[in-house]
Structure formats: C-alpha cells, structure tokens
Design a protein around this ligand. Structure first.
Ligand SMILES: Nc1nc2c(ncn2[C@@H]2O[C@H](COP(=O)(O)OP(=O)(O)OP(=O)(O)O)[C@@H](O)[C@H]2O)c(=O)[nH]1
Ligand SMILES: [Zn+2]
Length: 204
C-alpha cells in the first residue's frame, strides 16, 4: 500500500489545512441533497470543517502502523508470558455508510524475543481504525501487523464495537455489540493458551 503524504499541503495562517474547493463543493451538494441550505450562516464554514474532520478520521492512510513496532526492548527479551492491553477505546468508520464504529479492542501477544512499549499496541490499532473499515478486516489487520513485525509465539485480538449504521439508521437497533476475534500462533493452535488469553481479557 502507498501511504498518502500530506506534508506539503497548503495551510492557512492559523496552520489549519486548506480544504480544496471540489471537496467543499461535494459537502455543499450533500447538505443541499439532505434538505438544508449550505449558504445559511451556520453552515458557511461547515464544508471546510467536515473536510478537515474527515482527514482526521482517515489519518491512518498517512502511516504504516507497523512503524510503531520497530523499536523493541532487549532488556525484557527474556519475558515469556502474555502481554495484554485490555479494552482500548477506539473509533473507526464503516466503509459501507461512513458511519462511526465505536468500541474497544483487547490486544495480546506472547513475545518470543521482541517486546514493545505497550502504547505501541494502541497506536497500531488507531493506525488501522483511522481508515474506512469493516470490523473483521480491522481485527485481522491489527493481529497480522503484530504477527509480522514482532514474530511472537502468538497474537490475540478481540474487538467489541457498536456500529452507527445499525443505531442511527437502517435497522435502528442500539446497544448491539459486534464481537470479532483473530488468534494466531499458539492462541490459534493451543486450547489452553487461548483460554488463558480470553480469561485475561475478561472473556470466557
Ligand atoms: N460484516 C460486517 N458488516 C458490516 C460492518 N459494518 C456495517 N456492516 C453491514 O454492512 C451491510 C451493508 O448492507 P447493504 O444491504 O448493502 O446496505 P443497507 O441497505 O444500507 O443495509 P442496512 O444497514 O441493513 O439498511 C449492513 O448489513 C451493515 O450492517 C462490519 O464491520 N462488518
Ligand atoms: Zn455501516
């Protein structure tokens, strides 16, 4: 995948990104189509704001999340128990409706030699979440990234999220959680390792 480099984009005197006119016009068209008047005062700056907001929601396209796993700590290289970051809150957007996906992810790995700073697991999650996603792919991408970069004994990722496209529209069923998981290595192959990691995650 080629990562988008926005480094040289124009910014205004406050340092805010200048949203190109075709993008703003697209948002005005949407506002008009939704039934409002994009020229009214309250909506005057909305196209630029929405443009900047979407660049933030999709900031993951600007990075390779694996970059966060390159710095490892050799001083804890002998640690051979599960490392788990539990219930990390995240937000993403579904690729079908561009509606928010909000939830939590638990990410665990059983290190072989490489141990990373614990915040980096959350950074990997956000790097993939800040893109248009379906939950299954988000779950796999996070797990595969850790697997490829740290080459650990095992990786386990469980994501529990609510989809805005199921609450505010469509089937309109709030409060439903979608749970997805991806297990690799020992967590896939060995029942007792999988049970241990699920219990550490607070799941049966
Ligand atoms: N598997 C999966 N489905 C998702 C995810 N996010 C949204 N969806 C579903 O994607 C489907 C898209 O279905 P379509 O029939 O093409 O679209 P739609 O007419 O808007 O569907 P409704 O949401 O049922 O109104 C819906 O069932 C959504 O609930 C996700 O992360 N994973
Ligand atoms: Zn959706």
């Amino acid at each position: 995948m080629n990562y988008v480099n926005h480094e040289f984009e124009a910014r205004d005197e406050d340092g805010k990104l200048i949203v190109p006119e075709p993008v703003q016009e697209a948002i005005r068209t949407l506002l008009r189509w939704a039934g409002d008047d994009p020229e009214r005062e309250g909506l005057a700056d909305t196209p630029a704001r929405v443009g900047r907001a979407w660049r933030e929601y999709c900031a993951g396209y600007e990075e390779d999340p694996g970059i966060h796993l390159r710095r490892t700590f050799s001083e804890v290289a002998g640690y051979d128990e599960v490392v788990l970051l539990r219930d990390i809150p995240f937000q993403s957007h579904c690729e079908h409706h561009l509606a928010p996906i909000t939830g939590t992810a638990s990410i665990a790995y059983l290190p072989k030699n490489r141990v990373v700073g614990i915040s980096k697991l959350a950074r990997v999650l956000h790097g993939f979440a800040r893109r248009l996603q379906i939950q299954e792919r988000l779950t796999s991408e996070v797990a595969n990234c850790i697997w490829d970069n740290l080459q650990p004994h095992g990786v386990a990722v469980v994501i529990d999220a609510q989809h805005g496209c199921m609450t505010g529209r469509g089937v309109r069923t709030p409060g439903v959680g979608m749970v997805t998981s991806r297990m690799l290595g020992c967590f896939l192959e060995d029942d007792s390792s999988r049970k241990e990691v699920l219990s550490l995650m607070g799941r049966k």
